[in-house]
Design a protein around this ligand. Structure first.
Ligand SMILES: Cc1cc2nc3c(=O)[nH]c(=O)nc-3n(C[C@H](O)[C@H](O)[C@H](O)COP(=O)(O)OP(=O)(O)OC[C@H]3O[C@@H](n4cnc5c(N)ncnc54)[C@H](O)[C@@H]3O)c2cc1C
Length: 435
C-alpha cells in the first residue's frame, strides 16, 4: 500500500473525465508569473477562498496578486458537488461546545447565511454558473435518522436559519426516490452551482477589479525581507506586506506547513449523460441539492442539462474505480430506479481537508501570513465568506471585527495513516454493501 503516493496520484487536471471540466466555460486566467511584482497582499491558491480573498481585496483597492500552482479551480473548487449549503457539517450546538458560546455563536451566525453571499456575487458579477437558490435537502435514509435531523433543524432554527422539516411524503416527492420516504430538512437559502464555472467567474471578477492572477505558478518559497514577505516562483517573485495561503486540502509541500493542518480524504462523483426527459423530470423534480444520512453519505443533484450527479466517499484510483463506480450504480438503482440501466458518462475524484474537530481553522503562520484550511467538505459558502472577511481584516488592520478565532498552525497527527484508514475503510464498507 503506497500511502505516501495517495495525493500524488490525483488526476492532474480538474477536468479529467469530470462533468464540470467537460462543460466549463473558458478559463479566464492564462498567464504565468514571469515578473517581479510588489503588492499589498499575495494570495496563494486559486480556489474559492483565494479567489474571494483576491476579489474582495481588489474591491477595496488593495493591490493583489494571486498565484495558482496548476489551474484555476484545480482543487476542491473545480471538483465538488456544487451544493451551496449554509453553516458547516457539524451542528450549531457542537460548534458552540468546541469554540465557546461567544466565539461559537459568531461562527454560526457568520456562516448561517453564507449561500447569500455566493448568490449575491453571482448576481453582482453576472457569473454564468447555473446558479439556482432552489434550496437543498438533508434527507433521511431511514426513519430513525429523523430524530437526528429534527434535533439539527431545531438548533438551526434557534440561530435564525430558514430551515424546515419535510415530512416523508414531501421528501419522497421532492427527491423522486422511493427510498427517501422518511423526511428531511429543507434549507431554502441554499442552492446549487456549476462549481468550476463559479471559480472561473470569481477569477474574472477579481481580475476586472484589478487583481493580477497567475496560474501554473506555484509558490516555491516564502521568506521575510525587512518589512515584507518575498514569495518566489520558478520564474518570478512577489513582494507583499501580507499573505493569504488558501491551499486547503491541495496544499503541497511548498505551502508553508498548511498541508499538515488537514487530513486529506477523497470523495468521488459519477454523472450520467443527459437523462431522457421523462426520467429527468421524475428525479429531484425541483432541482434541489440532496445529501443523505447514510454512513457513506451520498449526495445527488440533477444539473441544468438533466444529468444525474452523485457523490460519496473514497477515491477512484486504480482498482478502487470499478468497485466504487459499481457500488454507486447499485446505490443509484436503489435510490432512483427510474435511471436503472443507464451508464455513467463521467467519474472523477476530489480531495477534502478534514480536521479532528471537523471545524475549519483560520491560522496565522507568521506575522501577516494567514492560512484558512479544513473546510471538511463544505467550502463553497464558507470559503467565499472567509475570503471576504479576511480581505476586510487585512485592509482595515482591525482583527476585532473578524468573526473567526485566529489560531497558530495546527498539525493533524498520523495524517497519512488516518487518510489511508478512511480510504480503505470506505472501500470495505462499499464492498460489503455490494454483496
Ligand atoms: C468531491 C468533492 C465534493 C464536494 N462537495 C461540496 C459541496 O457540495 N458543497 C460544498 O460547500 N463544498 C463541497 N466540497 C468542498 C469544497 O469543494 C472545498 O471546501 C472548497 O473548494 C475549498 O476551496 P479552497 O479555495 O479553500 O481550496 P481549493 O479549491 O482546494 O484550492 C486550493 C488551491 O491551491 C492550489 N495550491 C496548492 N499548493 C499551491 C502552491 N504551492 N502555490 C500555489 N497554489 C497552490 C491548488 O492547486 C488549488 O487550486 C467538496 C469537495 C470535493 C473534493
Amino acid at each position: 500500500m503506497q500511502i505516501s503516493n495517495m495525493t500524488e496520484n490525483l488526476p492532474q487536471d480538474a477536468g479529467e473525465n469530470s462533468l464540470w471540466g467537460d462543460t466549463a466555460a473558458a478559463n479566464p486566467v492564462t498567464e504565468t508569473l514571469e515578473d517581479s511584482l510588489q503588492v499589498d497582499v499575495l494570495v496563494v491558491g486559486g480556489g474559492y477562498t483565494g479567489l474571494s480573498s483576491a476579489l474582495h481585496l481588489a474591491e477595496k483597492d488593495a493591490s493583489v496578486v494571486l498565484l495558482e500552482a496548476k489551474s484555476i479551480g484545480f482543487g476542491g473548487s473545480g471538483r465538488n458537488a456544487g451544493l451551496v449549503n449554509a453553516g458547516v457539517w457539524k451542528s450549531p450546538d457542537y460548534v458552540e461546545q468546541q469554540l465557546g458560546q461567544e466565539q461559537g455563536s459568531r461562527f454560526n451566525q457568520t456562516l448561517r447565511n453564507s449561500p447569500n453571499l455566493v448568490f449575491e456575487l453571482v448576481k453582482r458579477y453576472r457569473i454564468d454558473c447555473d446558479a439556482s437558490q432552489c434550496g437543498t435537502i438533508n434527507i433521511a435514509h431511514k426513519a430513525s435518522a429523523m430524530r437526528y435531523l429534527e434535533h439539527r433543524c431545531e438548533q438551526m432554527q434557534k440561530i435564525g436559519a430558514s430551515v424546515e422539516i419535510l415530512d416523508g411524503d414531501a421528501a419522497q416527492a421532492l427527491s423522486g426516490s422511493p427510498a427517501y420516504r422518511h423526511g428531511g430538512i429543507l434549507d431554502s437559502t441554499a442552492g446549487t452551482i456549476h462549481p468550476l464555472n463559479y471559480a472561473y467567474g470569481l477569477a474574472q471578477a477579481a481580475a476586472a477589479q484589478g487583481a493580477r492572477l497567475y496560474q501554473q505558478s506555484p509558490l516555491e518559497s516564502l521568506s521575510r525581507q525587512g518589512n515584507y514577505w518575498l514569495a518566489e516562483t520558478e520564474n518570478g517573485q512577489v513582494t507583499a506586506e501580507q499573505v493569504v495561503i488558501a491551499t486547503n486540502a491541495y496544499a503541497d509541500d511548498r505551502s508553508q506547513g498548511v498541508q499538515d493542518s488537514t487530513l486529506p480524504v477523497f470523495i468521488f462523483q459519477c454523472a450520467t449523460a443527459t437523462l431522457p426527459p421523462a426520467i429527468a423530470k421524475s428525479i429531484i423534480p425541483q432541482r434541489h441539492g440532496l445529501w443523505d444520512t447514510q454512513t457513506l453519505m451520498t449526495s445527488s443533484r440533477v444539473d441544468n442539462e438533466g444529468r444525474l450527479v452523485m457523490s460519496s466517499a473514497g477515491s477512484l484510483r486504480g482498482f478502487h474505480r470499478p468497485i466504487r463506480s459499481n457500488w454507486m450504480m447499485r446505490m443509484r438503482n436503489r435510490l432512483y430506479p427510474q435511471a436503472r440501466g443507464l451508464p455513467w458518462a463521467y467519474h472523477w475524484t476530489g480531495q477534502v481537508g478534514l480536521t479532528s474537530t471537523r471545524l475549519l481553522r483560520i491560522q496565522v503562520l507568521a506575522p501577516g501570513v494567514f492560512a484558512p484550511a479544513g473546510f471538511n467538505g463544505r467550502g463553497i459558502g464558507p470559503g467565499t465568506v472567509i475570503g471576504k472577511h479576511l480581505a476586510d481584516t487585512l485592509v482595515s488592520g482591525n482583527r476585532d471585527e473578524f468573526p473567526f478565532q485566529i489560531e497558530c498552525l495546527q498539525r493533524e497527527s498520523w495524517r497519512k495513516s488516518r487518510s489511508a484508514c478512511y480510504e480503505y475503510g470506505t472501500l470495505a464498507l462499499q464492498l460489503i454493501d455490494s454483496r
